[in-house]
Design a protein around this ligand. Sequence first.
Ligand SMILES: Cc1cc2nc3c(=O)[nH]c(=O)nc-3n(C[C@H](O)[C@H](O)[C@H](O)COP(=O)(O)OP(=O)(O)OC[C@H]3O[C@@H](n4cnc5c(N)ncnc54)[C@H](O)[C@@H]3O)c2cc1C
Length: 448
Amino acid sequence: MNLPVIVIGAGVGGLTTAALLTQNGHQVKILEKSSKVGGRTISTKFQNHILDNGFHIMPFYKKSAIFEILKKLKIDSKLKLAKVDDIAFYSSDGFHTYPKGILDLLKLSLLPLKSRIKLLRILLPIAFTSISKTESWDNTPLTKITSGLDSETNAFFEAVCMLAFADSAEHISLGEFARTIIRANPFKGGTSEFAYPDNGGYDSICNVLSDYILDQGGEIHTRQLVKKIIVEDSKVTGVLIQNLKGSDELIYTNCAVISYPAYTALNQLFEKNIIPSEFVNKINKLNKTTSVVEVHFALKSKIDSRQVVFPVGKIYTTKGIFFISNITPSVSPPGEHLIIAGTPVLPEDTDNPQKIKNIVTKMKQEISSIYPEFQQSLLWERPMAWKLVESVVKEPGKVWKSKMPHTIKGIEGLYFVGDSTISYGIGTDSAAHSSLLCTPKIESFLKL
Ligand SMILES: Cc1cc2nc3c(=O)[nH]c(=O)nc-3n(C[C@H](O)[C@H](O)[C@H](O)COP(=O)(O)OP(=O)(O)OC[C@H]3O[C@@H](n4cnc5c(N)ncnc54)[C@H](O)[C@@H]3O)c2cc1C
């Protein structure tokens, strides 16, 4: 009898892997500890609005790894996407249109012409290099090429890094930055556009994937916590779960796919001495993530028709204002408008209610200074803080092939996917990319 492949976790990484496996006729059982699919992209209903788990946007629109997988599965038509392309910078002298392509940089009114030309001189050669070449820059900081620039041009880099990586340029690897620029280059088949599910709720992506998996005969079990992976004679033989009744249950399998951050899983799921300690120590070093405070605001009037505004400059705590109802009205009840404002913080700040309160006050002052009618229009606010945005930061030495490998040498039938594993791209795009890279490895094992 064929044993099912056990996929642990129903976020983007677990679901894309499971969907690709079921497409090729493999039997798959997903075990998810929480009550819904979606992982970090989960959405909830609050006061008749659909709130995402922090602002989520799909980078690279239809060129993203997620969309590539949906096309492979022939279900791309099931996910209607709204384009997010009305983006602006806000600086002390007003709004400036965000450049949609590399040549738009020449029109970027945020910067003096001299700086725009300097910027193009730096970015054009990067945009036309190859993805494989970028690997040699993975250990180099982005500041290597930006440190000599004037403060206005640097502020532009800061805004782009905030949009793409929720972090500042000094923490970004030049290699990862370069891959983003290449993938945004229309002359190389890329796009700098972003997308958001038109029906509202970023977890629509996971819902479309889980419908597909169920249609293909796969199984998705929620509220199932995986406690241990059993490895005997260097082979996976089963997983121990806590079932709905709270008791332990053994499920036999010869193939387990872990889709949540590998540094956590390696420390939770295995008996001592199964995974070499030097390997665990190496992976533990990846346990770094950006942290953010984000606040949903519901408004009774529309204060801007743009989709995203990035306040530029050190004076602003608010680094992004996302007008979600302008991206798709389906997230809000008629007559109400949802926005979310965000800022990166230190991980310890996410546990400090006073710090979060101060940030919210500051954000409200700043948004009111840009939109004087904001305060009057405000119906309610809902602040949230996250420690785990992406599973690894984009720091030099912690990107692409330096991430957790998809397999561990010497252990048969054990696989790792998700944003902590070898892949590039932003958040959900990286989780989906890891599935594209890992699934063929799982399939060759299953064929054997
Ligand atoms: C505030 C915020 C904003 C973000 N913004 C963006 C954005 O704009 N664009 C973007 O692309 N990405 C964004 N991200 C990142 C993105 O959400 C993640 O990179 C992506 O969802 C990771 O997917 P994953 O499948 O790798 O992991 P996860 O989504 O974490 O999925 C892992 C799953 O495993 C389950 N699990 C864990 N342990 C067990 C266990 N023992 N047994 C069973 N199940 C288990 C978890 O419950 C979870 O459902 C953001 C994240 C946050 C928090």
